[in-house]
Design a protein around this ligand. Structure first.
Ligand SMILES: Cc1cc2nc3c(=O)[nH]c(=O)nc-3n(C[C@H](O)[C@H](O)[C@H](O)COP(=O)(O)OP(=O)(O)OC[C@H]3O[C@@H](n4cnc5c(N)ncnc54)[C@H](O)[C@@H]3O)c2cc1C
Length: 286
């Protein structure tokens, strides 16, 4: 029978939070391995073709370029990581945590860092050619010129995407928001020509209608939800993993950082900073 060796730290998720945590632990001399489900590190940045204007010191680079820079940094420091390696389940054991994979034996790890981030909420919709879920690459890949588009949702992403759609030559853009829109006033002011219908609506994916009004495409901008681990049940807050100020969850030696947590104001800088705080905290553990 295969007896897994005990690895000091496993990080699950290679977005900005996981990459920063892995880099710092590695540089602090602690053995670490990062597991990423996708074929590249970078997390949500990898789906952003937009210029990242919010990350101090990074001007003129897209989110996708930031994602590539993260991978280059891991490579140049020889931080151990695996791509296309989703962690399927984590079980607590007396020695630590047992990580399960699809096509290789489990690993035992003393500390686990959950940096699994968040994904766009899809509501009742199935993604496809006429229904796009969330902002970024999938929206940019959709043909929109001359088409009628219903943007579902009333947050910043709904307003941002409505603006991009107008710029890209959509024939008609309508925002549907069940409750008073939460998008920043600045973003709302940029598209005065876009009608905003506030209140309950019925969007039918099969007929592509909203309250019987026909469209060619739905852009579903329902915000994001945390990607939670299978097998463990750390305490949550509003659907996100609750952590203390050291990044530790309600389960000892299980840490979490970045957008999977209840950390405020998620962005690349805060996710990275959170990953670094967790790395430092683990390095102080005897
Ligand atoms: C379109 C778009 C544009 C954005 N633009 C900006 C911007 O300009 N500036 C800015 O600061 N922020 C921007 N953001 C937000 C920023 O990208 C996020 O705040 C940041 O990526 C969060 O980092 P994270 O590491 O916490 O999570 P994520 O980036 O979500 O990374 C989590 C990673 O975990 C992996 N994962 C999940 N489950 C598993 C599992 N079971 N096993 C292995 N791996 C797993 C995922 O594949 C993913 O790679 C943007 C977001 C989007 C969607």
């Amino acid at each position: 029978m295969h007896t897994p060796t005990l690895l000091p730290v496993s990080i699950i998720g290679g977005g900005p939070a996981g990459c920063a945590c892995a880099l710092w632990l590695h540089r602090l001399g602690i053995k670490v391995h990062l597991y990423e489900a996708a074929g590249h590190p970078g997390g949500l940045q990898a789906r952003s073709p937009y210029e990242n204007l919010w990350l101090p010191g990074v001007q003129g680079r897209t989110g996708q370029a930031v994602a590539r820079a993260l991978q280059a940094h891991l490579d140049s420091e020889a931080v151990p990581y695996s791509l296309r390696q989703p962690v399927r389940r984590i079980d607590p054991t007396p020695e630590g945590f047992r990580l399960h994979f699809t096509d290789k034996p489990p690993h035992l790890s003393r500390f686990v860092v959950l940096a699994t981030g968040s994904v766009p909420r899809r509501g009742p919709f199935q993604p496809g050619d006429t229904v796009i879920i969330g902002p970024g690459d999938p929206m940019e890949a959709a043909p929109v010129t001359g088409r009628r588009i219903a943007v579902l949702g009333g947050g910043d992403n709904a307003y941002d995407q409505a603006r991009f759609l107008c710029q890209r030559g959509a024939a008609k853009v309508v925002i549907f928001s069940r409750s008073p829109p939460r998008g920043q006033a600045l973003l709302r002011a940029q598209i005065p020509q876009v009608p905003v219908r506030i209140g309950p609506y019925h969007a039918d994916q099969t007929s592509l209608t909203v309250d019987d009004e026909p469209f060619d495409l739905f852009a579903v901008m329902y915000g994001f939800e945390a990607v939670l681990p299978q097998g463990l049940t750390p305490d949550l807050e509003n659907g996100y993993i609750r952590v203390d100020r050291f990044g530790e969850t309600s389960l000892r030696n299980l840490f979490a950082c970045g957008e999977v947590t209840d950390y405020w104001h998620p962005c690349v800088a805060t996710a990275s900073a959170h990953g670094i705080q967790v790395a430092k905290q683990i390095s102080l553990r005897p």
